[in-house]
Write a protein that binds this ligand. Structure first.
Ligand SMILES: [Zn+2]
Length: 282
């Protein structure tokens, strides 16, 4: 008991000593800062501060064209620390020179078809690999996942059969078809024309954008899935890109599996108006 009391007393002494030391250090810091301020004022380096009848220093400093930036920032720092009798300086009232830049959303509406080739630099995208080896543009991944989750909640079994395709992939696919028709005895021109009726000409496939997916069902009957997608995909920013009866506009036959990401705003409008991306962009 007595030991504990002695300990408590010692702890109290140590605490008082520590508090005194802290106060002493604080006093020394304040005295030093005051000395520095005074010295700089006497030097005349910060003449703006010493003229009390002038406009508030902060405004003057930022508006003075010939004062170097380092000087003015230093002055501002000193101005707030100095024990001046002047009222607190007001912040500059000028609006920011540049408004905050909005993120560029134009990528969502890139038009690629047989009349509109892929824009330059569109292969410069960051991809996300899917579990089955396909890939899509990373920017559409979360909405694609949300759409698949919703479809699965309805007992459907969607899978991405085809996502991003490189230009080389697309060319290889085209070459494969052309060679197949050549082997069947077609002329070069016939083989090319036939192949192009099945395969998009390299540089004109949405799959090269990374924003298109061919969705298939892991079950035998894909139609319940196609019907669900046709009615719900727009809520996740996707559109049925090649609807029935729109071939003259899209250049591609009806493909109930090919979905294109355009963002929710555009997808909702395209769905409501039952139009194509080409018509939406007109
Ligand atoms: Zn496709």
């Amino acid at each position: 008991m007595s030991n504990k009391k002695r300990d408590a007393k010692r702890v109290g002494q140590v605490r008082r000593l520590t508090a005194l030391m802290v106060i002493a250090i604080l006093l020394a810091v304040i005295a030093f800062a005051g000395f520095r301020c005074q010295k700089k004022l006497q030097d005349g380096t910060f003449s703006l501060l010493s003229s009390s009848s002038e406009a508030p220093p902060l405004v003057t400093n930022t508006a003075t064209p010939d004062s170097s930036s380092s000087t003015s920032t230093e002055t501002l720092a000193e101005a707030t620390a100095a024990p001046t009798t002047e009222p607190p300086t007001e912040p500059p009232t000028d609006p920011p020179t540049e408004p905050p830049t909005e993120p560029d959303e134009s990528w969502k509406l890139t038009l690629v078809n047989r009349w509109n080739k892929l824009p330059e630099g569109s292969s410069d995208i960051s991809l996300v690999s899917l579990s089955n080896g396909n890939a899509v543009d990373a920017r559409i991944y979360s909405d694609l996942q949300a759409m698949f989750d919703a479809a699965r909640a309805q007992g459907l079994s969607p899978m991405v059969r085809e996502g991003y395709r490189t230009h080389a992939d697309q060319q290889a696919m085209m070459d494969e078809y052309i060679n197949r028709y050549l082997a069947e005895g077609c002329t070069d021109e016939e083989a090319r024309q036939k192949a192009e009726s099945y395969v998009a000409i390299p540089g004109t496939s949405e799959h090269e954008l990374g924003l298109a997916v061919d969705i298939n069902s892991t079950t035998d009957d894909a139609w319940p899935l196609y019907n669900w997608l046709a009615a719900n995909a727009h809520e996740y920013g996707f559109i049925l890109r090649y609807p029935d009866g729109k071939t003259s506009i899209t250049g591609i036959d009806y493909e109930p599996w090919h979905y294109r990401y355009v963002g929710k705003e555009a997808a909702v409008e395209i769905y409501a108006r039952q139009i194509t991306l080409e018509e939406y962009l007109q």
